[in-house]
Design a protein around this ligand. Structure first.
Ligand SMILES: C[C@@](CO)(OP(=O)(O)O)[C@H](O)COP(=O)(O)OP(=O)(O)OC[C@H]1O[C@@H](n2ccc(N)nc2=O)[C@H](O)[C@@H]1O
Ligand SMILES: Nc1ncnc2c1ncn2[C@@H]1O[C@H](COP(=O)(O)OP(=O)(O)O)[C@@H](O)[C@H]1O
Length: 289
């Protein structure tokens, strides 16, 4: 953790997990109508920022996955900063550092979480005082997952990602969770294209038992087709002691497993690390509202 100046602000870009993801239809605009229960890990990427009087925006990347991304105008953090500058109509500047701990293009919304965290960070740094719904509206221009990442609390998400309803599912907050990525990056657009266009029905996300028993990730077959190793990740997670359930998140390839305690989560993490030292494994827990 870097030492912080008094006038430096910090935001965490929490990893997003789709506990269930039902794809209902392909819309005329090319996006898909979803029903998904989003939760957020208590860990993620880290953004720090300091105001710059000259109106310039700079971005510096570090962390395990920092080298996997460019820090130029295409980075979602830069895009978020430009969007907010434009919305405020003034050239306020910032020097931003993104410590990238989440794998890129991996179904846990790292880029979306970074963009949302940048909006929150700069809203504070520039004292812009935009409300959460305003930031969510701005965020949709950066990606379908960005609105939900603005508040990063458990939410039922519909539409292409813009219809948000906070959900407090009993027993979820604090649940030990393992995130596992086998090192393959998947294109979200390509995985949606592989969906078989079968609407398998709505998502009842009121209780954990229903989410476990009746929830699905409808993108799993298409993602496994593109990256068969995902099936191996899921099989390994499901055979661990103390696992409540395991599923793929988003368009993959990251999979998650929820555990009945930190001891079983820790034992599973050790077992997977020993078997697959090349996989990315994060021990974390679900954040609350
Ligand atoms: C699948 C999900 C589930 O949470 O997560 P990830 O796998 O990205 O983490 C999201 O819907 C992804 O959201 P996001 O990553 O922001 O996607 P966007 O940049 O908006 O869209 C990338 C591409 O995915 C497809 N797309 C995205 C969202 C959606 N509801 N329908 C789609 O068909 C479109 O082809 C679009 O051009
Ligand atoms: N700061 C960022 N972090 C991650 N990905 C980014 C970022 N900026 C731009 N991208 C691009 O956004 C795409 C989606 O990344 P990401 O949000 O990590 O995927 P996913 O939502 O599937 O986890 C990637 O192709 C990546 O190149």
């Amino acid at each position: 953790m870097p030492l912080l100046d008094a006038d430096m602000l910090v935001e965490t870009a929490y990893a997003k997990v789709n506990l269930a993801l039902h794809v209902r239809e392909r819309r005329a605009d090319g996006y898909h109508a979803l029903e998904s229960l989003f939760v957020f890990a208590r860990d993620g990427d880290l953004l720090t920022g300091e105001a710059r009087e000259d109106g310039s925006i700079s971005l510096m990347l570090d962390g395990r996955f920092g080298a996997a991304l460019e820090a130029g105008e295409g980075n979602l953090v830069m895009k978020a900063a430009r969007l907010l500058q434009e919305r405020l109509g003034e050239k306020r500047g910032a020097a931003i550092r993104l410590t990238k701990s989440l794998p890129v293009a991996s179904g846990i919304g790292g880029g979306s979480a970074d963009a949302a965290a940048a909006l929150r960070l700069l809203n504070r740094l520039w004292d812009a005082q935009l409300s959460t719904p305003e930031l969510e509206r701005l965020g949709l221009a950066l990606g379908s997952d960005v609105p939900a990442c603005v508040s990063s609390v458990p939410q039922m998400v519909r539409g292409r990602g813009e219809l948000l309803e906070q959900r407090d599912v009993q027993g979820l907050a604090g649940m030990p969770m393992l995130l596992v990525n086998p090192g393959v990056a998947l294109s979200t657009a390509q995985v949606f294209q592989g969906w078989d266009q079968q609407d398998r029905g709505p998502l009842d996300a009121h209780g954990l038992e229903d989410i476990i028993a009746k929830g699905r990730n409808d993108l799993e077959p298409a993602a496994i087709e593109a990256a068969p190793i995902i099936a191996e990740v899921l099989a390994l997670l499901r055979e661990q002691t103390g696992v409540r359930f395991a599923r793929m998140s988003g368009s993959g390839a990251t999979c998650f497993a929820l555990f009945d305690g930190v001891a079983s989560r820790g034992a599973a993490a050790m077992a997977l690390c020993a078997l697959r030292p090349d996989w990315w494994i994060m021990e974390t827990e679900i954040g609350g509202a």
